[in-house]
Design a protein around this ligand. Structure first.
Ligand SMILES: [Zn+2]
Length: 395
């Protein structure tokens, strides 16, 4: 199993759940999905899966090193108390990473992508910033020092992530008895809302007891329906721009401010903080950025022809396959294959979202990308089939 990345198996599984949610909502007469928003969210999810596939092995190696060389206590991975204790500990670390990701300018840049969707459905769950894991893993290192066995950490971390998937739906209302204890779709809707009363609330991953302990708890109110997205609209479907939006604004302020100290400290200031000489000059961005909250507003929804929508949906299905095969086989691919494969998938996602913004110039890129993607897809088919045959025989 070592030469395959089984995280890829989550891709078809999530797809089935998303289609089921869409079908159930349509049966109830509710239309809470937009093709362009869903494709943009799924594109962000695929960028994250690629960066995870490239990063995780190295960051987990640091966890293992600290555990092996510097752990303070011994915990057996076979003792139920170990699992119980570290279930709370992993969730606690997630709470603080998530809270810091909202509170500090440079970390918000690594998390804002998850909040940019103006819709709220299961595709939003997969919409994650590609660089989030590059920062979040550091918050879990104290667990290695405390003696959390790496295999226990890995399982609990994956379970925490899987748990969060079902929270991103409007299909489920408040759940009796567990609201205020466990994170639920209702409490997480609040977290994603841009209404001023809901800004920076309910950071909990599995448990929201941390929010109640540390003053960030806010139940969903019946007379305050959630409006989703960020205070500052993204106004693009491009997944690369979405990932860099906040950092790009910080970089522009770094270049523009005349204060040498502000050039550095603006990255570590609370989210939205800007040097005075930048905020005074720039009336287009409210101060503080992102964290003021706002009510309902017109959604970013560029109109496209049915033919483009159809092409985009088919292109996205193909990119799903490419991404799945690429991530699954990634541990066995050469550095060159990893670079070319990642590049091709990123270009595919930029193109499909560009077409959905009616930027028809991307059709010229498509004429080159499509044959390359077909060639890449076909070349991955044989090793993929071989891998699955081997896995089936093992089982
Ligand atoms: Zn968040």
């Amino acid at each position: 199993m070592n030469e395959y990345n089984i995280n890829a198996l989550a891709i078809p599984l999530f797809l089935v759940f998303m289609l089921a949610e869409y079908g159930l909502l349509r049966l109830k007469g509710q239309k809470l999905h937009r093709l362009n928003d869903s494709i943009a969210s799924l594109s962000m999810g695929m960028l994250l899966l690629i960066s995870d596939a490239l990063l995780k092995a190295y960051t987990f190696a640091v966890f293992i090193y600290l555990f092996d060389q510097h752990r303070l206590f011994e915990f057996s991975p076979y003792a139920p108390v170990t699992w119980l204790l570290f279930f709370f500990a992993v969730d606690f670390c997630y709470y603080w990473f998530h809270r810091c990701a909202h509170q500090f300018n440079f970390l918000w840049g690594a998390h804002v992508g998850h909040h940019q969707s103006e819709e709220y459905n299961l595709t939003t769950a997969l919409r994650q910033s590609a660089f989030q894991y590059a920062f979040s893993w550091v918050f879990y290192l104290p667990l290695a020092l405390l003696g959390c066995p790496p295999q226990v950490f890995l399982v609990l971390f994956i379970l925490l992530k899987l748990y969060q998937f079902w929270l991103h739906t409007q299909l489920i209302g408040k759940i009796p008895y567990i609201e205020g204890i466990f994170s639920t779709p209702s409490s997480h809707r609040v977290h994603h809302a841009k209404n001023p009363i809901y800004i920076d609330k309910n950071y909990g991953g599995t448990l929201v007891i941390w929010d109640r302990l540390f003053g960030s708890w806010q139940p969903e109110l019946t007379d305050e329906p959630c409006h989703y997205g960020t205070s500052l609209p993204l106004d693009t479907l491009n997944p690369v721009k979405a990932n860099l939006q906040h950092w790009w604004m910080l970089a522009k302020d770094t270049a523009a401010t005349r204060s040498g100290a502000d050039k550095l400290r603006l990255w570590f200031k609370p989210t939205g903080w800007r040097p005075t000489d930048c905020s005074n000059k720039d009336a287009t961005h409210p101060v503080p950025l992102q964290k003021t909250g706002c009510g309902n507003r017109k959604k970013y929804d560029p109109h496209t022809s049915p033919a483009i929508k159809c092409y985009a949906a088919l292109s996205m299905l193909m990119t799903f396959y490419l991404c799945f095969a690429f991530i699954f086989l990634s541990p066995g691919l050469s550095s060159m294959q990893l670079v070319l494969g990642s590049g091709l998938i990123v270009i595919s996602l930029i193109c499909v979202n560009g077409l959905l913004e009616n930027k028809l110039g991307y059709l010229a890129v498509e004429s080159l990308r499509l044959p390359l993607a077909l060639y890449f897809g076909v070349s991955l088919w044989a090793p993929l089939a071989l891998a699955f045959t081997g896995l089936m025989q093992t089982l």
